[in-house]
Design a protein. Sequence first.
Length: 95
Amino acid sequence: MINFKKNSTDKTTLSGIGNGTITSLGSTYIELQIESLIISHKFQIVQNSFPIPCDGIIGMDFLFELNCKLDFNTNNDFLCIRPKNFNAVTIPLSK
């Protein structure tokens, strides 16, 4: 379980997931560590009944901010993160 502080005043309307729109419960900043890279990023918090079959969704803001590349053209699909002033980190994607 992750402990975090929820900012209940920073709600966002989410769309493109299921039918219609869903309003988040608020936001929080979480630090992610990938190899030696530590990333602090804002995430929206949703109810446990949120209609996705996984624990979270990485948004376009995350992908753009970290200069990410998604490669689905090979037998080994991957996410490559290339933040400024840091070596690229490649993460295999499970199918």
